[in-house]
Design a protein around this ligand. Structure first.
Ligand SMILES: Cc1cc2nc3c(=O)[nH]c(=O)nc-3n(C[C@H](O)[C@H](O)[C@H](O)COP(=O)(O)OP(=O)(O)OC[C@H]3O[C@@H](n4cnc5c(N)ncnc54)[C@H](O)[C@@H]3O)c2cc1C
Length: 416
């Protein structure tokens, strides 16, 4: 898989990272053979799995990342319903499940991850569910009937969305997490606290605890919760306690892994012919291994960077991380690194229909998180990328149009 001329690229995994890599390669002028391998029927998007796809409002066809025509137009050979089972970097090949060997000058690992499973006895019960694939959501949906008692373990992004969807479908939902206020490090104290309270206002019972053991009793499942006496009965358990990166192919090929596939800032692994993108990729920057970024947009950006590396093109301009999440009918977006903020400024009030928390450090915005206020987060992103000096008074004033925040001096522009 070495040599300068790249004529054949195999992308392993058809999530947003893999499909973005293929699209960016063609957009950047790659004219060689391009193959995308994925075990599914067609590449589909993950975020709706805990939202509209779980509720039944969207079907699998509506989750397709691209139309079948796109693959033809882009000359992307889609090998669906199969998987890459081994990388053979020295031979310049990858092996498929049926033993077929595909020649590849470069391989892009876009293999995503699986649901983390804590060491809790009883997780093998059929009543225990995870949410990583459309099959997982299809299996869970029929259980979310009105009145079903649902225990959601983990109040991070996916657990909270699953709880929100389940309660909307009429289930009695209990959401447990060891943290009093989950997501503080990414959303800041005010917004994280408000968001967690939102569960209670929507009749989700929240509890600060962990599950110690589950016992399937046939008609129901019993949970022992830490610090609580007695056992509680549920019909369904949903685990949302994080993701484990799919590193197996990389490990077996002798690539460096460390709770992720280690890559440089151009997405190149410890083997120059193999790149990794999306959820499993873990970047080493200036000698420091950064945490994995398990978000949709970051996976897309990885794909663009990998394509630039393969094409020998300039890397796309770096940008700060951004993600969104939806729960109980509210749309939340966050940008930047809230943990880096020295102080926060609230635009509006948590009682307003829309509000934003800006995180500041040394006179600059370093992060923002909003509820139903995408424009403020867009403005914050530009302020962070362009290092626009921040004026706390204007940031906190909901009457100031978010676009006006990008100008250093107030100019009287108002939202209303
Ligand atoms: C339920 C859910 C809700 C989410 N909601 C949000 C949200 O609201 N906002 C947000 O920003 N992010 C959200 N995310 C995260 C976001 O979806 C992921 O960060 C994104 O999907 C990562 O894309 P990926 O391509 O790296 O991995 P994936 O989407 O996991 O795709 C990996 C693909 O690789 C395939 N694969 C694995 N091994 C092989 C192999 N050996 N051969 C061939 N193919 C293989 C897998 O089958 C899979 O199709 C959510 C994730 C989930 C699961």
């Amino acid at each position: 898989m070495t040599g300068d001329r790249v004529a054949r690229v195999v992308v392993v995994g058809g999530g947003i990272a893999g499909v973005s890599t293929a699209g960016a390669l063609r957009a950047g002028g790659f004219d060689g053979d391009l193959t995308l391998v994925d075990p599914g029927e067609f590449p589909y998007d993950r975020p709706p799995l805990s939202k509209d796809f779980l509720s039944g409002a969207k079907n699998i066809g509506q989750l397709a990342l691209q139309s079948s025509r796109w693959y033809d137009d882009q000359r992307v050979r889609l090998l669906n319903r199969t998987a890459v089972t081994a990388l053979r970097p020295r031979e310049g090949k990858v092996e498929l499940a049926d033993g077929t060997l595909l020649p590849a000058d470069r391989v892009v690992l876009a293999t995503g991850g699986g649901a983390a499973r804590p060491p809790v006895p009883g997780l093998d019960s059929e009543r225990v569910h995870v949410l990583r694939t459309a099959t997982d959501a299809d299996r869970l949906r029929p259980q979310l009937t009105p009145g079903a008692r649902v225990l959601v373990v983990g109040a991070g992004l996916i657990g909270s969305e699953a709880a929100s969807t389940a309660v909307r479908l009429g289930c009695e939902v209990t959401l447990v997490d060891p943290l009093a206020t989950p997501l503080v490090s990414v959303l800041g104290t005010e917004l994280a606290g408000w968001l967690h309270d939102l569960h209670t206002w929507h009749h989700v019972t929240t509890a600060q605890t962990t599950v110690e053991a589950l016992t399937d009793r046939g008609g129901h499942i019993e949970a022992r919760l830490a610090g609580r006496t007695g056992l509680r009965s549920y019909d369904v358990v949903v685990l949302g306690v994080g993701m484990v990166a799919n590193t197996e192919l990389a490990e077996r090929a002798g690539l460096e892994t460390d709770r992720g596939i280690v890559v440089d800032t151009g997405q190149v692994t410890s083997n120059p012919a193999v790149l990794a993108v999306g959820d499993p990729a873990r970047t080493r920057h200036d000698g420091v291994l950064l945490p994995r970024t398990e978000h949709w947009e970051a996976a897309q950006h990885d794909g663009a960077r990998a394509a630039a590396t393969i094409l020998g093109a300039p890397a796309p301009a770096p940008t700060v991380p951004w993600f969104w999440t939806d729960r109980h009918g509210r749309h939340i977006e966050a940008v930047g690194h809230m943990a880096d903020a020295e102080r926060t400024v609230l635009r509006g009030s948590c009682d307003d229909p829309a509000f934003t928390v800006f995180g500041l450090r040394g006179g600059h915005v370093v992060a923002a998180a909003s509820v139903d206020d995408s424009a403020a987060v867009r403005a914050a992103r530009r302020m962070i990328d362009r290092r626009v000096p921040a004026d706390a008074g204007r940031l906190s004033d909901p009457a100031v149009n978010p676009r006006a925040l990008l100008r250093t001096a107030p100019d009287g522009e108002r939202t209303g």
